[in-house]
Design a protein around this ligand. Structure first.
Ligand SMILES: [Zn+2]
Length: 495
């Protein structure tokens, strides 16, 4: 896969003076105390104890932690109303799936929740959250672009963040019938046509916008794509030398339906189709053989993934809210699987996600030595970079892109610490992010997004989601009002 970008360009020289720098020594991250990073244009030129040459600008982070820009391997930029709505509730017959509550349309090609959201407000709000909370590379899961997929790429470039995208495609869509039963509606020709468009987009936009925008092919879900569509997408990804990602092993229903229909697990089926490979990122990949909720104790899946070199995009926050855990981050790592982290839907805070990844793993394994701060941090940096085939991201080292996050460590929330990485994972969150640079350009400064009005974004996204929720009955499969299906924590004051 291509890497590089603007290595040949020269530009302004910036020197970052860091209190604690997570510096890459060519093999692994190390902690460089009181060190410097020299940036020229979009590249890192030097990382070390000092630098005495001329510079145009000095960034004082001498009381802060400087980390590589975080690589967010699984994001839905356009969806805001769904996952926020289904908290603490949802249909019991979906076996704790969250998205199946709000994603399917009412009838075939009927309206779904997203039809009532303000797309631009959703996208801008997500982008703002992502970059403000430390994500510098974002993998969008293919959806919700309206009629202008290139608009998303332009938005990312204007903000100055790295984006992997192409319009998603599938052979089937989820819907509810009049009795409220879930089905998939198959339209294979539409899936093939959408793949054609995705390939065309990838050919035109890969490595555009000064290298910030890259292509990734996104068949939405293993469960809604034919083997023919998946195989053709894989051939296209190989030819274009780009990665591919999709949702798989995401729900118990998908797992059991696949075993019933095909006699194989979702991962086993992908292996049969030749879909497990180095350029493939498996979104979620929760229900593999041996998961305690599958009643399927045969543990072949992890070795299949590890041997293929495919990666897993792990999104612990959104699933732990449904009582669902990967089993486990540690076990997947031990099997030799490359893991990245993603925020999926909200709150799009990668530093929060590090904490969820560590804690959920410890609880899932009943093991305090599992889910180490080192390993979840590596997943959010080096693991994500490897998943995307990039050896120039996720690390602070000469020759890497100048993507870095300065975390304010001079704060009550951090307090005393023996180890800045353990403090970051277990005390930190995205609100501590002080400054973000992507490709050498400052995108967040003093905790604010350069050139964006955050308060206006909050106003707009609230109007958008309020409108979607007010039209609940128009898309939902039952005639229930929203406050019956999804009651708030406390009842309204009666007067
Ligand atoms: Zn997803």
């Amino acid at each position: 896969m291509p890497s590089g970008g603007n290595a040949a360009k020269s530009g302004r020289r910036k020197l970052v003076k860091g209190g604690w720098i997570v510096a890459f020594d060519g093999t692994e991250h190390r902690i460089l105390k009181d060190g410097v990073i020299l940036i020229e244009g979009g590249d890192i030129r030097h990382v070390g104890r000092s630098y005495d040459g001329p510079v145009d600008e000095t960034i004082d982070a001498s009381r802060d932690l400087v980390i590589p820009g975080l690589i967010n391997t699984h994001v839905h930029l356009g969806s805001q109303a769904g996952d926020r709505m289904v908290l603490d509730a949802g249909r019991r017959d979906l076996f704790r799936s969250g998205f199946l509550n709000h994603w399917p349309s009412k009838g075939i090609r009927g309206p779904n929740l997203f039809a009532f959201e303000d797309l631009e407000a959703s996208l801008r709000y997500s982008f703002a959250s992502l970059v403000k909370f430390g994500s510098t590379t974002i993998v969008e899961m293919g959806g919700e672009f309206g009629d202008d997929p290139a608009g998303l790429a332009r938005m990312a470039a204007a903000l100055g963040v790295r984006l992997y995208t192409t319009p998603g495609f599938a052979s089937a869509s989820h819907y509810y019938d009049q009795g409220g039963r879930h089905h998939r509606h198959w339209d294979e020709a539409a899936g093939e046509a959408a793949l054609d468009k995705a390939i065309e987009f990838a050919e035109r936009h890969d490595d555009s916008e000064d290298g910030l925008v890259r292509a990734i092919l996104v068949p939405y879900e293993f469960w809604t794509c034919t083997p023919e569509l998946m195989k053709r997408a894989k051939r296209a990804a190989d030819r274009l030398r780009i990665p591919m990602t999709f949702h798989v092993a995401e729900s118990v229903i998908e797992f059991h339906d696949t075993v019933l229909q095909r006699g194989r697990t979702p991962i086993g089926t992908l292996a049969d189709w030749g879909l497990l490979d180095r350029n493939v990122v498996l979104g979620h990949c929760l229900y593999t053989g041996g998961h305690s909720q599958t009643a399927f104790p045969f543990r072949d899946d992890l070795a299949l993934i590890a041997d293929s070199g495919a990666s897993v995009a792990h999104c612990p926050a959104v699933f732990s809210r449904r009582g669902v855990a990967l089993e486990s981050f540690e076990r997947y790592r031990d099997a030799g699987i490359n893991l990245g982290l993603g925020t999926d839907s909200y709150p799009q805070d990668m530093l929060d996600e590090l904490k969820y990844a560590a804690v959920v793993c410890k609880v899932a394994d009943r093991n305090h030595e599992a889910g180490k701060a080192r390993d979840v941090f590596n997943a959010a940096t080096l693991g994500g970079a490897k998943a995307l085939g990039r050896d120039d991201l996720g690390r602070l080292a000469p020759g890497a892109r100048a993507d870095l996050v300065i975390v304010d460590f001079d704060r009550l929330r951090i307090g005393p610490f023996l180890d800045p990485i353990k403090a970051l994972v277990h005390c930190g969150n995205g609100e501590l992010v002080k400054q973000v640079l992507v490709n050498g350009r400052t995108v967040v400064k003093d905790g604010r997004i350069e050139g964006w009005d955050e308060q206006a974004l909050v106003e707009k996204i609230r109007q958008s989601t309020d409108r979607a929720w007010s039209r609940f009955a128009e898309f939902h499969m039952t005639a229930e009002p929203i406050d019956a299906a999804y009651p708030n924590a406390f009842r309204p004051w009666a007067e």
